[in-house]
Design a protein around this ligand. Structure first.
Ligand code: SF4
Ligand code: SF4
Length: 106
């Protein structure tokens, strides 16, 4: 999220861009193509995710965001090494190291 193309940063470069599995709420001022979005039961517009929970805007190698220049504001504000970054990385590394299937974040 910090933008998966959030990869110039050292920590992001060693990460599978796991923040791009979090729910990303799209704001009206974000200009995201409709085919990349979905709607929640609560009526929120969010970035659509694939069956494994990855944002559909991330590339197959999970190295860059296909809409990096116009990514949602939420993604722009996500802080590398911030509390959410550290929490989602810890959860992801714990699950994958123990062979636990990834859970979808709601
Ligand atoms: S829009 Fe880009 S930066 Fe935001 S979650 Fe999706 S792939 Fe990551
Ligand atoms: S979870 Fe943190 S380290 Fe990983 S790509 Fe996102 S911002 Fe970077």
């Amino acid at each position: 999220m910090s933008g998966s193309a959030h990869l110039p940063e050292p920590l992001c470069a060693r990460c599978d861009a796991v923040c791009c599995r979090l729910t990303v709420v799209v704001q009206p001022e974000d200009r995201i193509p409709a085919h990349l979005t979905a709607h929640t039961a609560a009526g929120l517009t969010v970035m659509a995710r694939d069956a494994e929970g990855w944002c559909v805007a991330i590339d197959a190698a999970r190295m860059c965001c296909a809409i990096y220049d116009t990514r949602p504001d939420v993604c722009r504000r996500f802080t590398m090494s911030g509390p959410y970054c550290l929490a989602v990385r810890t959860d992801y590394l714990d699950s994958t190291s123990r062979g636990i299937p990834l859970a979808l974040y709601s």
